[in-house]
Ligand binder design. Structure first.
Ligand SMILES: Nc1ncnc2c1ncn2[C@@H]1O[C@H](COP(=O)(O)OP(=O)(O)OP(=O)(O)O)[C@@H](O)[C@H]1O
Ligand SMILES: [Mg+2]
Length: 402
């Protein structure tokens, strides 16, 4: 059973042709660098991209930087200039020589021996190549905060080589050939960066973690590109993932995790020989990234009627793919299970208390219905990171139903 049309669309190395819900940031950056597509070499401006919320990854920083460089080189080509995008992630690098070596390799510069050469010699080789072949570089330095923290790292060298090289090579290089674009993990790290670098930056672009609806658009776009038929991944399940991971719903707001969960859900379907993605697969995939794992203890420690209620909800979840369950429907199912067990059902207000507790324990989620449904009613569902079948089996054991 094939569901994937193009698997690589779901991998981390794939660069989407456009940034969903981030177009205005991209436009801002492209406008900022646009002058170099008209008269490159005259002066150099530097922009920085960072996350506005501490410690969040997968929010599109790297992709935004790469797409900026791509657009700029396309614009320049129309005007007859060559701007080559160069990308270095300095996260695991120890010094300036490694950065320069990576640039030399990407540009395909021959006849230089990075080992045993000084940074100045390497930089000279890069600039000579650019001058002789007449091109410019948009140099993305990703995760720049990490290299600056390395012990023994020479900050001055970095500044002079990449930002003030025209001073070192005065008389040799008569125009700017390198246009840096910096990517820093978050605002706090940016605040700790050396003043020398900060003062050279002319544009700061802050990115927020993604909200649910933004993740939805991003994921839907991938599904359309990567699956044989997007209908194989029901919208309600896309929403289940993005609802769980959205920043506005106290998720991480991480697009990478979102795409990975979808990829895993599809893989589970394919492995099982299924031709559609089902709620169970999504839950299983979410449970792999979730911090909450269903533990026997958290279920065993519940009171009898909480277990019955949770069991009723898990039965309903298995029937209704990704849907929220109204309080009324849940109460009916709960009463049915009570009958099987010969238990006297608890009253409505008591059930409400149980719902609150189950939600507090992270076993279920609650929401209020919109205005459409007569009055407003409480909606519930099993927390999306819990696979329902194993939960149901566990409860059957607990309730001696199996
Ligand atoms: N707006 C978007 N539209 C489409 N895809 C996106 C968008 N934002 C992020 N992605 C995808 O999400 C993944 C993570 O994005 P990216 O690597 O740019 O994040 P990051 O902020 O650099 O993360 P990190 O801090 O971990 O380096 C990539 O696969 C990227 O293609
Ligand atoms: Mg990144």
């Amino acid at each position: 059973m094939r569901l994937f049309k193009d698997y690589k669309v779901f991998t981390d190395s794939y660069i989407p042709p456009n940034l969903v819900n981030r177009e205005e940031k991209l436009t801002r950056l492209v406008d900022f660098y646009e002058y170099m597509t008209e008269s490159p070499g005259e002066f150099s401006r530097i922009a920085v991209i960072y996350g506005t919320v501490r410690g969040r990854s997968g929010i599109g920083k790297t992709t935004l930087a790469k797409l900026t460089a791509k657009r700029i080189s396309e614009l320049a080509a129309r005007n007859g200039y060559r701007i080559r995008p160069v990308y270095v992630n300095v996260y695991s690098m120890t010094g300036v020589n490694q950065i320069l070596t990576s640039i030399i390799n990407q540009l395909g510069i021959k006849g230089v021996k990075p080992r045993g050469s000084s940074p100045i010699e390497l930089m000279k080789a890069i600039l000579d190549d650019a001058l002789s072949k007449d091109y410019y570089m948009m140099l993305i330095i990703d995760e720049i905060q990490s290299i600056l923290k390395r012990r023994g790292f020479n900050e001055e060298q970095l500044v002079y080589l990449f930002f003030r090289y025209t001073e070192i090579f005065e008389g040799v290089v008569d125009s700017y050939r390198i246009y840096p674009l910096l990517v820093v993990f978050d605002m706090i790290e940016w605040g700790k960066m050396p003043g020398q670098i900060r003062s050279m930056v002319g544009l700061e672009v802050g990115l927020q973690p993604y909200k649910s609806y933004e993740l939805y658009d991003i994921l839907y776009d991938r599904i359309e590109r990567g699956l044989v038929d997007s209908a194989r991944f029901p919208p309600a399940l896309v929403e289940m993932i993005t609802d769980y991971l959205g920043y506005d719903k106290s998720g991480e707001g991480n697009a990478r995790t979102t795409i990975n969960v979808a990829r895993q859900s599809v893989e589970i379907a394919e492995t099982g020989g299924d031709d559609v993605v089902r709620e169970e697969y999504v839950r299983e995939a979410l449970s792999m990234v979730g911090t909450f794992k269903i533990s026997e203890y958290s279920v065993e420690s519940l009171g009898l009627h909480q277990k019955i209620l949770l069991y009723a909800l898990s039965l309903l979840s298995l029937k209704k793919e990704g849907d929220w369950v109204t309080m009324g429907v849940l109460e009916e199912e709960y009463k049915t299970v009570c009958e099987w067990l010969d238990e006297k059902p608890r009253v409505h207000s008591q059930l409400f208390e149980y719902i609150k507790e189950l939600s507090f324990k992270g076993l279920i989620q609650t929401s209020l219905s919109g205005k459409g449904m007569r009055g407003r009613t409480t909606l519930t569902r099993i927390s999306p990171d819990i696979p329902v079948s194993p939960l149901k089996m566990l409860l059957e054991k607990e309730l001696h139903l199996a």
